[in-house]
Design a protein around this ligand. Structure first.
Ligand SMILES: CCCCCCCCCCCCC[C@H](O)CC(=O)SCCNC(=O)CCNC(=O)[C@H](O)C(C)(C)COP(=O)(O)OP(=O)(O)OC[C@H]1O[C@@H](n2cnc3c(N)ncnc32)[C@H](O)[C@@H]1OP(=O)(O)O
Ligand SMILES: NC(=O)c1ccc[n+]([C@@H]2O[C@H](COP(=O)([O-])OP(=O)(O)OC[C@H]3O[C@@H](n4cnc5c(N)ncnc54)[C@H](O)[C@@H]3O)[C@@H](O)[C@H]2O)c1
Length: 733
């Protein structure tokens, strides 16, 4: 065997391994490396050169393409998008592989994603390792598969299956890929060896039936109806994202046009998406979600210098809505869990609920049950030997403090004590313990076993080790963990306050819940603010406002609309006083067919109530347009985001954006609130906030934050430069 090493870049090398029977053309690189970077241009050049050579040399009978370090290819390097393209273009290269007169076999290990799978589809055969994952995830980056994926996949596996994979970007396992017909063989052994063997077995055989581009595209008999249905469904679930809809158009071209024309159409549609703001937003978000794991705190604690401590056993205290979901998440990730409630009755109910959740989930995933991992108890003492505790009792500071005091006495030294509080002061909880450095917030989102977000809240005394441990714990249970500072509501709920406040004020001024919700849903939120409030329960906010002393009737018996010189809307409180807590009572901002009902219907009572309220307070309803609804709600929220950055509560805009996309339904194709502000233009956001603040001087949430002013005055630098401008306050840790 001879091995010829080609002098390309350090990252990407090409080898020709030759033996008497089969030449292995080996493409070596890291997943996600680009087709367009200098390295990738070199890779493409190498592939083209080596293919030419392999086809020319008579002793070469077949070719195997594989990746380096057990990864076939993760597709294009999106960091390089927009860079000047050099080297041989990808699409002709792929055509050349498909047209080759000698069999070309893809040996798929690790991943074949995006352009990586498109490369594999241009090969005549595909052999996958059983642990490999395959997919065309371009749609999640605001793109479509632009190297023939939309034309080849439906030809290979049929239109419905291809549409599903391309419009969702879903990855499939090797087993599913085999079932769908994407790969020809799956092996548990070394996939490259298997591919070499396979290549040898097909040498000399006709390749006519192996070139997917030459296949006729299967045409469903009811083509128009199929596409109409798919388009309707995709539009509904896309919530304004254009890539899924464009993917359907590209697959439609595969069915209705000859292959070459279909490829032209694919390129045309790709170009439209490529230059769209949504592609920018989704690609920004892709990196933001990875950036948040490189956390830092104002005191200088960092992800790369802070070592997490191993956690094997954890306790969850309080098994209500949140505690149950948290226990499920921990058990599924293989932690031993001690689950604690106050009394036997609650404990039994919780046990049944948790078991049901685990069973349903195991069934859905075809995974083994995680029951054995949970022990139930009515005594905090059961937490004596755990490594970490997550407290999830009622949102009541006195109760939580008492529990932290007890835990501090009961748990073995070194146990991390975490709270799932939504907004309370982590430092106050820490002050109840003997080791405040072991206390952090672990703020889950409901339903806790489903939602991907975890805010890890570091208090002024939390140790870097405690932050690192909670961050790693989040990762282990499949969450995206974001480290945030300690303040009322942390990041997510703090920003929610001015947003909700504006929504209430808009009702006072003449809008309806339906109108506000419609504008927000058209923007891309799955539910408008009033529908979400009905779902979460209006009593939750009411309790908080009462605790804050905000729910005070004025001397005339009317609810006070000015408190401490600030405008306040008591609308939510008045609804609660009527027993309207939202879905749970069948009435809230909307009406439901029964308590617990899910379908929101407009409620004439609510409209009359708003009219009477305005009349009582001398408010004249005015017509409020969509732009004002959107700007006042979103810019107030964004303004708070700038304040959070200025206060050093979030390390960067990416942290806020990930929290909003994963925790609050902010449409991913809009990148997150801070990215949205960047897209709109910081000077424009500032200008509109100034205008609204002039009109509503008693609403501090509309007063532009000084960081926003500073960024705008500095020429509105792009979002990736904001960190340079943010002056972090002195150490809090
Ligand atoms: C103006 C008109 C122009 C018209 C031009 C027409 C030209 C036509 C030619 C078009 C060709 C199109 C080709 C193709 O269709 C397009 C694509 O391929 S898009 C990319 C598709 N691929 C993906 O979406 C894969 C995304 N990545 C992943 O799923 C995972 O990262 C992974 C590959 C499975 C690896 O997962 P992990 O091991 O968990 O590692 P991480 O996720 O943490 O990633 C590690 C590291 O790599 C970075 N990274 C990963 N993928 C990419 C990528 N695709 N591009 C750039 N960088 C990537 C990731 O960010 C991590 O780095 P860090 O952020 O931590 O620094
Ligand atoms: N519900 C949400 O959407 C949500 C989201 C994020 C965070 N949170 C926070 O999570 C915490 C719990 O909220 P929830 O919605 O699950 O409340 P919940 O009312 O559904 O459950 C609280 C549970 O704690 C139990 N409990 C009370 N005192 C206890 C004690 N001394 N020992 C053991 N158990 C005790 C109660 O019996 C109850 O089952 C709160 O701090 C809340 O702010 C809630």
């Amino acid at each position: 065997m001879c091995r010829a090493s080609l002098p390309f870049s350090a990252t990407w090398k090409l080898y020709l391994e030759r033996n008497s029977r089969c030449n292995v053309f080996r493409r070596i690189g890291t997943a996600g490396s680009t087709w367009w970077s200098p390295q990738c241009a070199a890779v493409r050049q190498g592939i083209v050169d080596m293919m030419h050579r392999a086809l020319r040399e008579p002793e070469v009978k077949s070719v195997v393409i594989c990746g380096q370090d057990g990864k076939f290819c993760g597709g294009a390097d999106i960091r390089e998008f927009g860079a000047k393209m050099s080297g041989p273009p990808l699409v002709p290269m792929i055509h050349m592989i498909e047209a080759a007169a000698k069999p070309v076999v893809a040996a798929i290990e690790g991943v074949a994603l995006g352009g990586g799978l498109e490369l594999a589809l241009s090969c005549h055969y595909r052999i996958a390792h059983s642990k490999a994952r395959l997919g065309l995830p371009e749609v999640t980056l605001g793109l479509l598969p632009g190297a023939g994926g939309t034309q080849r996949l439906p030809r290979l596996i049929g239109v419905p299956a291809a549409l599903e994979l391309i419009t969702t970007g879903r990855h499939v396992t090797a087993a599913e890929a085999l079932q769908l017909g994407i790969v020809d063989e799956v092996t548990d052994q070394n996939a490259v060896d298997a591919a070499v063997k396979f290549a040898q077995s097909v040498e000399g055989k006709s390749l006519d039936a192996r070139r997917i581009g030459t296949f006729p595209c299967p045409r469903p008999p009811d083509l128009d109806a199929v596409f109409e249905k798919v388009m309707k469904e995709v539009r509904r679930s896309a919530r304004g994202a254009i890539a899924p809809v464009t993917c359907v158009q590209a697959v439609h071209a595969a069915v209705t046009l000859p292959y070459a024309k279909g490829m032209e159409r694919e390129r045309e549609l790709f170009s439209t998406l490529f230059t769209s703001g949504q592609a920018r937003a989704l690609q920004y978000y892709f990196f933001a979600q990875r950036a948040v794991s490189r956390w830092s705190t104002p005191s200088g604690a960092r992800w790369d210098t802070s070592k997490p401590r191993p956690v094997r056993k954890a306790a969850v205290i309080g098994l209500g809505t949140m505690g149950r979901g948290i226990s499920v998440s921990l058990a599924q990730a293989g932690f031993s869990v001690v689950a604690v409630e106050t009394q036997e009755k609650q404990l039994l109910e919780a046990k049944q609920a948790v078991s049901g959740m685990l069973e349903r989930d195991a069934k859905r995933r075809g995974a083994p049950l995680a029951h054995g991992n949970i022990k139930y108890s009515c005594s905090l003492k059961a937490a004596a030997d755990v490594d970490l505790v997550i407290e999830a009792v009622f949102e009541d500071m006195a109760l939580k403090k008492a529990i932290f005091r007890q835990l501090s006495a009961i748990c073995k030294p070194g146990t991390f004590l975490c709270s799932n509080t939504s907004a309370l002061d982590i430092d106050e909880l820490a002050s109840q313990t003997q080791s405040p450095e072991l206390v952090v917030g672990m703020h889950f989102f409901a339903p806790a076993h489903v939602m991907k977000l975890l805010e890890v809240v570091y208090g002024p005394r939390s140790s870097p080790e405690a932050v690192a441990t909670a961050m790693q714990m989040g990762k282990k249970i499949g969450k995206v963990s974001v480290a945030v500072g300690n303040c009322r509501g942390f990041v997510g709920n703090r920003m929610l306050k001015p947003y909700l406040e504006q929504a209430f004020f808009l009702l006072e001024e003449g809008a309806t819940p339906e109108q506000v919700d419609q504008v927000l849903e058209e923007f891309g939120f799955p539910m408008g603010v009033f529908k979400v409030s009905d779902l979460s329960g209006l009593d939750v906010g009411w309790k908080v406002r009462k605790a804050d002393g905000l729910v005070v009737p004025d001397s005339t018996g009317k609810s006070a609309r000015i408190q401490g010189g600030r405008r306040y809307s008591p609308l939510g409180d008045l609804l609660c006083e009527q027993g309207r807590f939202g879905q749970k009572t069948g009435r809230g901002w909307y009406q439901y067919d029964k308590p617990g009902g899910r379908v929101a219907k407009s409620d004439p009572w609510l409209h009359r109530f708003l009219e009477e309220y305005r009349a009582r307070h001398g408010l004249v309803a005015r017509r409020i347009d969509q732009q004002e609804v959107l700007e006042r709600c979103l810019y107030a929220l964004i303004n708070e985001g700038f304040q959070i950055l200025q206060d050093g509560i979030a390390a960067g805009p990416e942290d806020i954006d990930v929290i909003y996309v994963l925790g609050y339904g902010w449409p991913r194709h809009r990148g997150g609130p801070m990215f949205f502000a960047d897209m709109v233009g910081l000077d424009k956001v500032l200008d509109r906030l100034e205008r609204y603040h002039q009109l509503h001087p008693d609403v501090p949430g509309l007063k532009p934050c000084s960081l926003l002013r500073k960024l705008a005055a500095g020429g509105c630098p792009p979002i990736h430069r904001w960190r340079e401008v943010i002056q972090k306050p002195h150490s809090q840790l």
